[in-house]
Design a protein around this ligand. Structure first.
Ligand code: SF4
Length: 442
């Protein structure tokens, strides 16, 4: 979500005539787009902000913009007191305050521009000559895979999560606006779009009779030039049969589902206020596999797990371990619980699992997941599978299978943006190596 937000800001600034630089010392405007999902991310943001203070003192005309979840959607008075050298504070996903600050005086023109764009979104008649979201210059014609936020905020209340407080209540974007953005990105060279939402399957549910995620996928599926569509993150309670059937039926929608379980013990899940049981999750995984497993190499599933949630006993952790061992999912994003001030868990639950124990549980799951991923990926050995290539990284072209596995291929050819069959010759838990097969092999 933050990468997409940063692109949006960079694009807005380029429309004002700015261009990017890699060195903060050369910049006229510095934007710090922040994440607070973990305490370490928040600490890093504060550290970086402090490190910018001498620059601002040396050059008072430098504009510093603090953006994102650290600022949140409510007031920012406390931050203003603590960091008086920051010129502009912006909530997540909103370049507006910075653009307004930089353009004061010109704002009427921009407002008109904004109104015009809204009307063209409504007409859904944007041509490729009038893209609605211009990528930053260095990404135009280069970026193969882009993110498009479709639902902003979240109205759930998982007890460990700070996001609803920082990104506000759930709001779905207009379908015409999203599609115009997709077409615009495709006209700039993008081949793969990932629709984003904290609970992306809830797209449209906040709008009476609004289109649903499956409708959006169907509409995106016919966008010419777009090769692949993905979406994340799902929530076990909102993944409907209709959505799964739509994914199965649409050739451009990739068979990869990101659906966090967070814990494998029902009492921990209840304390997290996730709204489902381990058995519900088990049934969902079975359903995803039976409905989407028809494609060659099947469907891949990624999950998120938090270890060391307040009060998590050894036996409860063991149930999470056992669930992961049983379900054998392709990817598990692991996190050690950390207190997020302002959340229900921070107010009402004691963070009573030691750092060492959290690390111990984390390592156990990490080792287990490494074995599972090694086993799953080994099934790709000697198979030929389509890969969308993104960029060259140290002499090798990096791309992804439909199931979102990372593949590297060594070749002199320029593969950017192409979907090509690749024969897999080596597999590991986190990536694979392959080669472009001869025509005779296909
Ligand atoms: S569903 Fe829960 S974890 Fe996900 S963003 Fe909403 S509150 Fe946070």
């Amino acid at each position: 979500m933050n990468v997409a937000d940063s692109q949006r800001v960079a694009s807005a600034l380029e429309r004002l005539g700015y261009s990017g630089t890699r060195r903060a010392e050369e910049a006229d405007v510095i934007i710090l787009n922040t994440c607070v999902v973990r305490q370490s991310a928040e600490d890093k943001a504060y550290g970086r902000l402090q490190s910018l203070r001498p620059l601002k003192e040396g050059r008072p005309d430098l504009v510093i913009n603090l953006m994102g979840c650290l600022v949140g959607v409510k007031g920012f008075e406390r931050l203003q007191k603590r960091f008086p050298f920051v010129d502009v504070f912006s909530p997540p996903s909103d370049p507006g305050p910075l653009v307004a600050y930089l353009t004061q005086g010109e704002s009427r023109v921009l407002e008109q521009d904004e109104t015009d764009r809204r009307f063209s979104w409504m007409d859904e008649e944007l041509s490729s000559e009038s893209p609605t979201l211009l990528l930053p210059l260095h990404e135009r014609g280069q970026l193969v895979s882009a993110h498009v936020p479709v639902v902003l905020g979240c109205s759930h209340a998982c007890t460990f999560c700070i996001i609803p407080y920082r990104r506000g209540v759930e709001r779905s974007r207009h379908v015409g606006e999203i599609l115009a953005e997709v077409r615009s990105l495709v006209s700039q060279g993008v081949r793969e779009i990932t629709f984003l939402g904290q609970i992306v399957d809830r797209y449209g549910k906040d709008v009476p009779d609004g289109p649903r995620l499956s409708d959006l996928l169907r509409l995106a599926n016919v966008v010419e030039g777009l090769e692949r569509i993905r979406f994340l993150t799902s929530h076990p309670n909102w993944m409907t049969d209709e959505l799964l059937d739509t994914v199965a039926a649409l050739p451009k929608v990739m068979p990869h589902i990101e659906v966090p379980v967070q814990a494998g013990d029902d009492e921990v899940l209840e304390n997290m206020k996730r709204g489902y049981t381990a058995q519900d999750y088990r049934r969902l995984v079975e359903k995803i596999r039976s409905r989407l497993g028809g494609r060659s190499l099947g469907v891949s599933i990624a999950t998120d797990i938090i270890v060391g949630f307040p009060g998590e006993t050894d036996a409860q952790f063991q149930r999470t371990y056992d669930l992961l061992a049983e379900l054998k999912l392709d990817v598990a994003h692991l996190a050690r619980y950390s207190v997020r001030p302002g959340t229900v868990a921070a107010r009402r639950m004691e963070d009573n699992i030691s750092k060492e124990e959290k690390m111990h549980r984390f390592r156990l799951l990490e080792t287990l997941q490494e074995q599972i991923a090694t086993e799953i990926n080994a099934r790709y050995l000697n198979q030929v599978t389509p890969v969308l290539f993104e960029q060259k990284v140290k002499e090798r072209w990096k791309g992804r299978t439909g199931t979102n596995k990372l593949v590297f291929v060594e070749t002199e050819r320029n593969l950017a943006g192409q979907v090509l069959p690749v024969r897999i010759e080596w597999t590991g838990p986190w990536s694979m190596l392959g080669r472009l097969p001869d025509v005779s092999e296909l």
